[in-house]
Design a protein around this ligand. Structure first.
Ligand SMILES: Nc1ncnc2c1ncn2[C@@H]1O[C@H](COP(=O)(O)OP(=O)(O)O)[C@@H](O)[C@H]1O
Ligand SMILES: [Mg+2]
Length: 372
């Protein structure tokens, strides 16, 4: 999946932008504060209906305006030459109007499958240094895009755990009532865990192969470990049984997929506590590239990469290696830099489908396709 057209209205300092004939690689260059990150925000809004920086959607709307709108055409992964129009409008009041092929859709999943996005930016470190929630989100992104059926189990699990925790909080629970929710929780939680585990088994070797290219000296010691959120040896049902008294005592469900995590280790120690910032950034790039590779390999189309300020924390050789991997994946890329040469000098020369855009005070001007 890739975008061929993009229209942006009132996203941060981008009042009205229309981009046609987007290329596989789209480089946005310009001075600080010109609007480069805002372009990536706009693409993210189109694919996910929200900001990528965890900031509120209000902050995306141009000051003084009540709405922001993005519209785009994504080509279909299955039918060549066929485009699907996507539109997202968000308002200051928090409303979202999402349209796919001209018709409003109710669930975000219906939008997300048309434009799978991966973000690599200054906040991406959080994948290593942040809470397990960030890593679960990362994992679930991958599982969903390879296996859409995952969503149903995941949603069922969320419903069950919410209900069960509500009962537990309440005290004075009827055993029977708790048993009903526990049974449903056990089956949806087991299924959620199965999907995640199977996906992780595919992901880990891809990550390792990429790490060999990006961090050859460290790759042998790098290890991904999946923790499912309950004892490895037991079924989720028996893990729930074993923890029922502490659940009742403390008023919440202790074990389960809600506690899952991926640990990234280097020589047995947490990578987040050991590696330099640059090395951490490379690990994060490796994790995100591995997901894109896996998606493409499983015939689910390619994802679009939003790469903000790649050179920060990376030396030129490593920036080049990340670009080479991105180029080899044939994924669509939106990438920002201050000077166009920051990217054109490190992007593989044989890759011809590059479009350059100069960003200046919220205006975007095509700047050709040649390096320089
Ligand atoms: N809601 C908003 N309305 C108008 N301008 C905004 C809004 N949010 C941020 N800006 C401004 O938009 C400009 C572009 O920001 P950004 O895209 O982050 O720049 P950069 O090119 O450095 O990535 C900045 O000057 C910023 O202050
Ligand atoms: Mg920026």
């Amino acid at each position: 999946m890739s975008l061929t057209r993009l229209q942006i209205n009132h996203v941060r300092n981008l009042k009205q932008v229309k981009l046609r004939d987007l290329a596989q690689v789209n480089v946005f260059f310009g001075r600080n504060g010109s609007g480069k990150t805002s372009v990536l925000e706009a693409v993210h809004l189109l694919g996910m209906a929200r900001s990528f920086r965890g900031s509120s959607v209000k902050s995306l709307i141009t000051h003084g305006q009540t709405h922001c709108v993005t519209f785009g055409v994504a080509n279909s992964p299955t039918i060549p030459g066929v485009g699907i129009s996507l539109g997202v409008q968000r308002s200051l009041a928090g409303e979202a109007v999402i349209k796919v092929a001209g018709s409003p859709v109710k669930s975000l999943a219906q939008l997300v499958e048309h434009l799978p996005l991966q973000v690599i930016n200054a906040d991406s470190f959080e994948l290593l240094t942040g809470s397990p929630a960030a890593r679960r989100q990362y994992l679930d992104w991958g599982v969903f895009h390879v296996e859409h059926r995952f969503l149903e189990q995941w949603q069922r699990f969320q419903r069950c755990i919410k209900q069960r925790n509500k009962l537990l909080r309440h005290g004075k629970i009827r055993d029977q009532e708790l048993a009903v929710w526990t049974r449903d929780l056990a089956s949806s939680g087991e299924a959620t865990g199965d999907y995640r585990r199977n996906y992780f088994k595919l992901l880990a070797p891809r990550f390792k192969a990429i790490a060999r290219q990006l961090l050859p000296a460290l790759a042998d010691g790098l290890e991904l470990r999946y923790h499912q959120g309950w004892d490895r040896q037991s079924t989720y049902e028996s893990a729930l049984e074993a923890s029922v008294s502490s659940d009742m005592e403390q008023g919440y469900t202790h074990v389960g997929p809600q506690r899952a995590d991926i640990r990234v280790l280097i020589d047995g120690r947490l990578a987040a506590e050991t590696l330099s910032r640059g090395q951490q950034k490379l690990v994060v790039c490796g994790l995100k590239l591995a997901q894109g590779q896996l998606m493409a390999e499983y015939g689910k189309g390619s994802c679009t990469y939003l790469v903000d300020d790649l050179p920060s924390e990376l030396d030129q050789d490593h920036s080049r290696q990340v670009c080479e991997l991105l180029a080899a994946m044939k994924a669509q890329v939106f990438i920002t830099c201050i000077d166009r040469a920051d990217i054109t000098s490190v992007w593989p020369e044989e890759d011809s489908d590059i479009a350059l855009f100069h960003v200046e005070q919220g205006t975007i001007t095509p700047a050709g396709i040649s390096a320089g």
